[in-house]
Write a protein that binds this ligand. Sequence first.
Ligand code: URA
Length: 231
Amino acid sequence: MRLDKFVCKSTEYSKDEAIRLIHAGQFRVNGAAVMNEAAQVHENNTITLNGECLQAREFRYLLMHKSLGTICSNVDEGYPSLFNSLQIEKVSELHVAGRLDVDTTGLVLITDDGRWTFDIIRPSNNCQKVYRVGLSRELSEDLIEQFKRGLQLHGESQLARPAVLQILAPKEARLTITEGKFHQVKRMFLAVGYRVVSLHREQIGEIALDVPLGEWRYLTADEVQSFAAVI
Ligand code: URA
């Protein structure tokens, strides 16, 4: 990870303060002064501040039940950020691994471990995302086959990956996908002439939503590891 990130993870300094101290030559990596905040360091390196050895804090991994009308960005942009309800330290270091739209509810995974996020969202990982979808009109059975074959989404050169559509009620379905393109689910239904009127994410990989609306919990070590297992 970058030296400035390591400093933020191992001290109470903000990113700006960390960069200022790095430029001032306050940090040594394996005995040598490093004044470039972008220098790559490893947690096994001996990194010292004024002679004192620093230890990076553990990464944090959470799940949250996102409410309608909140956004997954770290700043309020016309709508309140879901991070507002997280009363924990250094919230600004956290990000959502696989964002949901403002009008989508359900499971979001939150972390400060960029590598873990990359493992979840990279398409080659085939991580399954399960959505419950409300539609504006009645679903027809032949959609199951169309989703299975792969849909042509507007603006994409390749077909969407095969997806599993389960019809739950005349205007309600469960959709399992392994991609996470911008507005993926809404665009998939649009490609077959349907408008999504409600969208809720139930599951990502092996992790199912199990907290009430607006609430959150830390993931267990097994849950964190579960994404590595499918790589
Ligand atoms: N697909 C969408 O269209 N929106 C979401 O929020 C998530 C998946």
